[in-house]
Design a protein around this ligand. Structure first.
Ligand SMILES: Cc1cc2nc3c(=O)[nH]c(=O)nc-3n(C[C@H](O)[C@H](O)[C@H](O)COP(=O)(O)OP(=O)(O)OC[C@H]3O[C@@H](n4cnc5c(N)ncnc54)[C@H](O)[C@@H]3O)c2cc1C
Length: 372
């Protein structure tokens, strides 16, 4: 016989966005978060902007976050529109400094906050069926847990599955991919302490990002389009390092880092912008990357996961409070449309600022705009 669980809200995915929804709703409603038995991808991205402190305060997380002692991020240096360096110092930011997160520890902490506030977690090996039963006004979702089939009945369903948008796709809403940006990254060991500033360098086929990570490590990431020949370098850590050494400023920064085999971690992943055609529908919502994913140049992905997670939980809270639901999902949809429009305008202005390689497909595509 199939096990049955009845909840108010079912969240699929336990990244920052899913945990934000869960931790805000769990004190008031029965919330279950379904996670992967074996996560297939490692979370990447560690730069959290200073404005996140406001969201943390709104959610009652601020002092606990500070106790985690993530690394302050005060200064960034960029060689973007010209070879000259431009500095961005947090001293001019009203919210103060941002953070370089120990990303694994941050995600675990978010999960713990949701658990402490009463959210349930269930690890599943497969998500089989997602059905909306109109006669009961309820979702019925079948998952597999340790070889057993479990049916979950929920009033609201939240897609927090990251770039996969797993639930939205099952409901027939595929994300629209805007570009082919991909990232080849590597993490090496620092031989001595180094400047905490992050650095960005534009080059003919893309751009580079490097920053110091916790535990005496350095991240080096190269962003280019997956269909360009430069993507071959992004796949291979030896070619990646050789390419980085061709930029003299970057080569100098990397000087104190060992990228030898025993110290090295590396990977290749998608980093493109994408958006769902709509972010919510009848008793379902998408949050974080599942709703829209950003170019990492923005450093806004984690912030957006917290923001949309909080907005979604506020919306669902109100809907569940009324015995007569309003189904005004347009409010949530419209708020996210505004975020997407602001993001795309900013993104277009960052890329048009760079005019040094007029023949390069990487820059031409972005300056022309549109989807590629
Ligand atoms: C190369 C790169 C660099 C980045 N750098 C930064 C940065 O510096 N700063 C920043 O703010 N952002 C950065 N980002 C973006 C940031 O990492 C994401 O925006 C953020 O992780 C999104 O959080 P999320 O909770 O929406 O999704 P995720 O963190 O992807 O979490 C999704 C969760 O859902 C789970 N899941 C997926 N499918 C299923 C399923 N079928 N069933 C159950 N669970 C499922 C996954 O296992 C995962 O736990 C970067 C992204 C990339 C690709």
């Amino acid at each position: 016989m199939q096990d049955q669980i009845r909840v108010d809200v079912l969240v699929v995915g336990a990244g920052p966005a899913g945990c934000t929804v869960a931790l805000n709703l769990a004190p008031f409603y029965k919330v279950l978060v379904v996670t992967h038995q074996k996560p297939t991808t490692k979370a990447v991205g560690e730069s959290l902007p200073a404005a996140a402190s406001r969201l943390m305060q709104d959610m009652g997380l601020w002092s606990s976050f500070l106790n985690e002692e993530h690394q302050p991020h005060r200064l960034s240096k960029s060689h973007w529109g010209s070879s000259e360096a431009h500095f961005n110092d947090s001293i001019r930011n009203l919210d103060g400094h941002g953070w370089h997160l120990d990303r694994h520890r941050f995600d675990e902490w978010m999960l713990q906050q949701a658990r402490v506030r009463g959210a349930g977690f269930l690890k599943c090996s497969a998500l089989n069926d997602i059905n909306f039963q109109s006669y009961r006004e309820m979702w019925s979702v079948e998952i597999e847990v340790d070889g057993r089939r479990v049916q979950i009945n929920a009033n609201w369903l939240v897609d927090a599955t990251g770039r996969k948008s797993f639930v939205a796709k099952r409901l027939g809403y595929s994300p629209k991919t805007m570009d082919k940006l991909a990232c080849g990254w590597m993490i090496g060991k620092l031989s001595e302490s180094a400047e905490q500033e992050s650095e960005i360098y534009a080059e003919s086929e893309g751009w580079w990002y490097t920053s110091v990570l916790p535990k005496q490590q350095r991240l080096l990431a190269f962003y280019t389009d997956a269909d360009l020949t430069s993507a071959k370098d992004a796949h291979c850590h030896i070619a990646l390092l050789k390419r980085a050494q061709q930029l003299s400023g970057l080569a100098q920064t990397l000087g104190q880092t060992s990228f030898t085999k025993s110290d090295l971690k590396h990977g290749f992943c998608a980093a493109n912008s994408a958006t769902l055609p709509q972010y919510a529908g009848h008793r379902w919502l998408a949050v974080g990357d599942a709703a829209m994913s950003f170019d990492p140049l923005s450093s806004q992905g984690i912030f957006n996961s917290l923001y949309t997670g909080l907005a979604a939980s506020t919306f669902v809270f109100e809907e569940l409070k009324r015995n007569q639901p309003r189904y005004q999902v347009n409010e949530y949809n419209n708020a996210l449309v505004e975020i997407w429009n602001t993001y795309t305008n900013n993104q277009s202005s960052w890329y048009t600022d760079q005019k040094r390689w007029p023949q390069s497909p990487f820059w031409l595509r972005r300056q022309k705009g549109g989807v590629f």
